[in-house]
Structures are given as C-alpha cells and as structure tokens.
Design a binder for this molecule. Sequence first.
Ligand code: ADP
Length: 297
Amino acid sequence: MSIQVTSVSKLYKEQKALDAISFSAKKGEVIGFLGPNGAGKSTMMKILTGFISPNSGDVLVDDIDVMQNPIEAQKTIGYLPEHNPLYAEMYVREYLQFRAQIFKVDKKQIENCIERVGLTAEAHKKINQLSKGYQQRVGIAAAILHNPSVLILDEPTTGLDPNQLVEIRALIKSLGQEKTILLSTHIMQEVEAVCDKVIIIKKGKILLDEQLSNLNPKKQQTIEVAFNSLIDEGVFQQLQDLKSAKNIGENIWQLTFTSEDDKRPKVFDFAQQNNLQILELSAKNKNLEMLFREITA
Ligand code: ADP
C-alpha cells in the first residue's frame, strides 16, 4: 500500500478533529478526500506528511512509519499545503533552486519539473507576476522536485478561475498516472473529473470510502411526477424496474428505477393505461453531487 492509515485520532484541546479514521491507497490511485469545511481533511494531510502528530493510530506511507521515521517518509511524499506558501518576491527558477538546495535535490530536476507542470513559458517571471493558476503550478513543481511517489494536495484548486481549474485538474490527472495522489476538495465534480476513489469525511469520521466506478449514478434514476388524482401505491407495481415509489406531496410521487434506460416514456404510458393525467414530470437523476449532499447533510 502507498498509504495506510489505521484508526487515527486527533484532538485539538477538547475538539476532536479526527475520530479513529482508517483508509488506504493503492499504488497509483488518485483519491478524492472530500468533505465540508472543518471536516478534518487538512488535519489528516498534515499528519500524513509528518507536520503534526496524531493522538493515536498508525500512519504508513510506502510502508514507512511516518511518526517513527519522519525524514525517510518525507522523501516519498510531496506536499502542497492549503495556502500554497511561496516566496512571492522570488523568480520561479530561483525559488525552485532554493527548494532544491534545501531538500538536496539534483538541480537538473528543476528544468524537468518546470516542463512537467507546464511552467516553461513563465519560469523567467517573479512568482508575484504569475496568475493564481500558475502559482499553483509552482507549488506543484516544488512538491514533485524530489520525485516523490505519493502526492498530498490540499485543496489545490481553491480560488482558481474556471479555465485555471480545468488546467490544474488536467495536470493532477496526468501526475496521477505516475503517482499516488490524495487530493482534498469540497467539490464533488472535481472528484468525478480526476479521481479513482472517493473518501467522504465529516466531523472527523469517514462516511464513505468507495471506488467511483461503484458509484455509477447511471444505474439509478429518479423521476418526480405530479398526477391529477389520487393513486394507490400498489398501482406502481405495474412499472418495470421500479425500486421505490415515495409520495412527496399531494399526488406528487418520486419514482426511483434501477435501470440505465430513460424511464420517462414508461411513466407516460403508465399514466395513460391508468386513466391518469400528468401535470408535471421531471427526471431527478442522482449525480455524485447529490450523493455528497445526501451523505453529508
Ligand atoms: P478541513 O481541512 O476539512 O476544513 P481541518 O482539518 O482544517 O478541516 O479542521 C478540522 C477541525 O479542527 C475544525 O473544526 C477546525 O476548526 C479544527 N482545527 C484545525 N486546526 C486547528 C488548530 N490548530 N487548533 C485548534 N483547532 C483546529
């Protein structure tokens, strides 16, 4: 395993930021670490990178115990903290040279990383002359200078404009072909765009840990329909692939089907066959965003 977290708890005085959480990441997996603000994402990431210690639990990165052997563990980890701490007055190359010196990295790596993150055209500029998107690239370049096998990225797309967002997501996705990545975010679409697996955390507890392929929303669809008159629930049994029928208002029903086919025409047929009129009908397909809201509500 690239990352193995076992029963980790963290208290800040009385406040429990992490409550006995366990998860793992296989080599090359890109994990979306998703949760509302204050869920404990940054705390977990700081523990993984050895910046803070948990009150209890074990953390292994590439089979190295982070608490017992922090220096060795840090050699395998690249970390982009939430508020990308750059020296704004430095030039891009100068900053990366400075980092390379601190971490005793071969300077040849600098040009490789500049190219790898798409900074070539901007590398001669001062960091404070760069857009936020390019500043994030500098942070990512700094994180991968020592060629770590695991990358921890704490909300790397916060504050980016829509174009920058797409570009940074693409960069993370391409880095994910070589590295294990733990990416924190509070945006479900980001997880859908970039990740293999999602871990949803709230109030320091894991609510969901699942491969995205198992959360395929296409396999389920929900249709909300308003009829002109009362219906006995049993009548809905005529509908094929119906999972549930829920009355959500006067003559308004939420029909959930387990099928990939569009069931709206079948609902119209059903109405006709039962002498009902449809006053309103809409497909409420559950996407991952809805699932996230449901789980974290
Ligand atoms: P997230 O990254 O998901 O927004 P954090 O890990 O930053 O969540 O925070 C988890 C909880 O721990 C929050 O309630 C936060 O206020 C609290 N917390 C985080 N850092 C500290 C700290 N240094 N001292 C006290 N409380 C903290």
